[in-house]
Design a protein around this ligand. Structure first.
Ligand SMILES: Nc1ncnc2c1ncn2[C@@H]1O[C@H](COP(=O)(O)OP(=O)(O)O)[C@@H](O)[C@H]1O
Ligand SMILES: [Mg+2]
Length: 363
């Protein structure tokens, strides 16, 4: 057995979880590479600082750490948030605390193990949203069929009646009936679309051409008060996708961006390789696996509370909205094994990022 009571740097730098050694007073003595990546700074910058600085507003962490250092109690998987440098988003982590007793004698501090939970949380959130959508799918399929048949009859009869009426006021009333029936009909079709979405028909796609076409379409219907800034990475290769379905996604997103700015404004559409920071070893950064298409507006933005239910079917803040644009888009992107991320602040605009893989696994 290796008897060295010191910190073994080589093993620790290979661990993807953060490992921190603290003194009995709770100041940081040592930490591994994964910790530096989580905290977005080097060990030199935080050595000697109280570890609880990174868990602000969480007195339970401080209390438990105190217990560990004084009584030797261990705690496993405490759900908490670690705050990297000021201005960076906190990271959800699962924290394990154990006393540091190198020679099985007195307690000489504590070892903290931090496991990044952001990916797990993201997956849980997506699966919850998809669950909602598929439950709605089954439900809507049943209802939509029931509604569609009488709608056809109502619309047909109304049109017949209209053609036989001479009084313009009566005709106007029937016009309202016909118009509203058509509206319900469109809604029902979208519900059926959500339930009946066919799997994507993958073909190599030039994403820039798809975006160009959609933007052209939007420009025609939007008028002059909107302008589109396009920033494309020309080195992006073709990606496998279903062109019609992806067009639907980007049309939904561009329309949402436009609707968020009733007075007009700029909509920025950009593409790039995914270069997101991820907790991997520094020696093996993850290779480019996704491309990102980002649509950014300077519109009304979305409140934190609304962000949580954004993809729930029928949630809309618009008088004539359907609340189906985002759930349908999410379903399509998920069928492409991609992801949608929405970053927004009320009053400051919204960024919607669509991640699409460069390759699809063969079936
Ligand atoms: N770019 C955006 N800016 C602000 N709010 C947005 C944006 N995109 C979506 N939303 C919000 O999400 C809701 C749902 O969007 P969506 O599913 O497309 O349905 P709809 O557009 O029919 O309301 C919208 O009603 C709006 O409140
Ligand atoms: Mg919409």
């Amino acid at each position: 057995m290796h008897q060295d009571p010191g910190f073994e740097p080589h093993i620790l730098s290979s661990i993807i979880d953060g490992v921190i050694l603290v003194s009995p007073k709770g100041t940081i003595l040592h930490a591994n590479l994964a910790t530096e990546e989580m905290l977005r700074q080097s060990l030199e910058a935080f050595r000697g600082r109280p570890v609880t600085e990174f868990f602000p507003g969480q007195p339970e962490v401080e209390a438990k750490l105190h217990d560990t250092c004084t009584r030797g109690t261990s705690f496993r998987d405490i759900e908490c948030r670690v705050h990297p440098r000021a201005g960076e988003t906190p990271l959800p982590v699962s924290l394990t605390l154990t006393p540091y007793q190198p020679l099985a004698e007195t307690i000489q501090g504590a070892v903290l193990l931090l496991r990044d939970r952001s990916l797990v949380q993201e997956l849980e959130e997506t699966s919850r949203q998809l669950d909602q959508i598929s439950r709605l799918g089954v439900l809507s399929l049943g209802i939509a069929h029931e509604i569609k048949n009488p709608l056809v009859a109502i619309s047909g009869s109304a049109q017949l009646l209209r053609s036989r009426l001479n009084d313009p006021d009566h005709r106007e009333c029937l016009d309202v009936v016909i118009k509203e029936v058509n509206r319900i009909n469109r809604m029902v079709e979208r519900m059926l679309g959500l339930a009946n979405q066919r799997p994507p028909d993958f073909k190599p796609i030039n994403i820039h051409r798809v975006l160009e076409e959609i933007i052209l379409l939007e420009k025609q219907s939007a008028g002059g008060s909107y302008h589109y800034i396009q920033q494309y990475d020309p080195s992006l290769p073709a990606i496998p996708g279903d062109e019609d379905q992806l067009k639907q996604v980007f049309l939904n997103l561009l329309r949402n961006a436009r609707e968020a700015m009733p007075g007009g404004g700029a909509i920025r559409v950009s593409t790039r390789f995914r270069s997101e920071y991820s907790i991997k070893t520094r020696q093996h950064p993850s290779p480019h696996q996704d491309i990102v298409v980002e649509i950014q507006d300077e519109g009304v933005g979305i409140s934190d509370q609304h962000l949580r239910t954004l993809f729930t079917p029928f949630h809309t803040t618009k008088p004539k909205g359907s609340g189906l644009g985002l759930p349908i888009s999410l379903k399509i992107v998920e069928d492409h094994h991609g992801k949608i991320k929405v970053l927004s602040r009320e009053g400051e605009g919204t960024r919607v990022q669509v991640f699409l893989p460069l390759e699809q696994e063969s079936p």
